[in-house]
Design a protein around this ligand. Structure first.
Ligand code: KG4
Ligand code: ZN
Length: 342
């Protein structure tokens, strides 16, 4: 079975062709970063218009790379939740049209669940049950994942997502968008203990929530004190130290809460997905601390951690379970997943 997967939830237009052994036959990602960079964040209307222009060429390129024609595709998969409403609509409408054109089933996937499923694809074997940490530009949550179709939310951010904090702090520091890679680069050689920054809900292993807005405000006040004389511009060393201190504060809470989720559930595998999972310091700390705790860490390579269409192969699990989507399926911009207690 060959599945054509479509991803347009935010600012990457992507298509992939994956078979039912989870072998990736083609993966194409057209990033819109250059369109949004000067605004310091994604502009929803620009994003949906760019998806509209780019999606069919991106799908054509995926078919070309895989060496197949549309008629050889057995199902069409698309992420229909969560994301920007206009962007989701472009992907879903295209996927429906293709499913009708080739008379093959449509399957919808949840983008956040798909981020965790990227670890399954990368592992090349079953990874469930596991704890899933999704840290992206729009979401930062922990899940108990019993199987690929059973995600229970254990906790998550009460305000900004981790990636959003990277993006906003990068903008405060005058660094490029997206902020994650820019802060990681600026932090190289910096002292992660140079600045004391807040770490929310730390030290309470029963609370699996995050909050990053206080951290962002702390950086703002360091740069622009609310009272007293304005602060002189940061020296290159101070910039490296502040970027490293900020990154360490985010990494500290992501690692601590992930390990607490393993302890709380008795599970021994941790899968980490979403753009922030591409962060080298996070990967290094997770590797060391899961090993020390006797747990197994599952990370996808960088190109499967940030937004991509390959992870939409989660649709194969849905199709196997008889969960094809109807042709009147809708987009759901807001994430809806049951909590663990539900
Ligand atoms: O998963 P993703 O590609 O898109 C969403 O679903 O949001 O995540 C994008 C987020 C952005 O906020 C970006 O700054 C962050 O992931 N990111 C990183 C790194 N690479 C991307 N954050 C920290 N370190 C990185 N190396
Ligand atoms: Zn994402």
């Amino acid at each position: 079975m060959l599945v054509l997967c479509v991803e347009t939830t935010c600012d990457e237009t992507a298509a992939a062709i994956v078979d039912d052994a989870y072998q990736v036959r083609a993966s194409v990602v057209a990033s819109q970063h250059e369109l949004h960079e000067r605004f310091g964040g994604v502009v929803p209307e620009l994003a949906s218009r760019a998806h509209l222009e780019r999606l069919l060429p991106v799908i054509d390129e995926a078919l070309r790379q895989a060496g197949v024609v549309l008629a050889e595709i057995d199902a069409i998969a698309v992420a229909n939740t969560p994301g920007l409403a206009g962007s989701l609509l472009v992907g879903l409408s295209a996927a429906k049209a293709l499913a009708v054109a080739v008379d093959k089933p449509l399957a919808t996937v949840n983008h956040v669940e798909a981020h965790i499923f990227a670890c399954r694809i990368a592992a090349g074997r079953d990874i469930f049950p596991c704890i899933g940490l999704v840290a992206s530009g729009g979401h930062t949550s922990l899940y108990e994942v019993r199987d690929p179709l059973d995600f229970r939310r254990l906790g998550g951010t009460l305000d900004d997502a981790a990636g959003e904090a990277f993006d906003k702090v990068a903008s405060l520091l005058g660094l490029a968008y997206p902020g994650g890679p820019a802060i990681a680069a600026a932090a190289e050689g910096g002292n992660p203990r140079a600045y004391q920054l807040p770490r929310s809900f730390r030290g309470d292993p029963t609370r699996l929530d995050f909050s990053f807005s206080g951290l962002k405000t702390a950086v703002r006040y360091l740069l622009h004190p609310p009272s007293g004389p304005p602060r002189p511009a940061l020296s290159p060393r101070e910039l490296a130290d502040l970027a490293a201190s900020f990154q360490e504060a985010v990494v500290d809470v992501l690692v601590e809460k992930s390990l607490a989720a393993l302890t709380q559930t008795g599970l021994s595998r941790l899968a980490v997905g979403g753009g922030v999972a591409a962060n080298a310091r996070l990967r290094e700390r997770l590797a060391a601390e899961t090993a020390a705790a006797g747990a197994q860490l599952l990370l996808a390579p960088l190109e499967l951690s940030t937004d991509n269409a390959v992870m939409g192969a989660l649709a194969i699990e849905r199709l196997r379970a008889g969960l094809a989507a109807p042709l009147d399926a809708e987009v759901a911009p807001t994430l809806r997943l049951p909590r663990r207690a539900d």
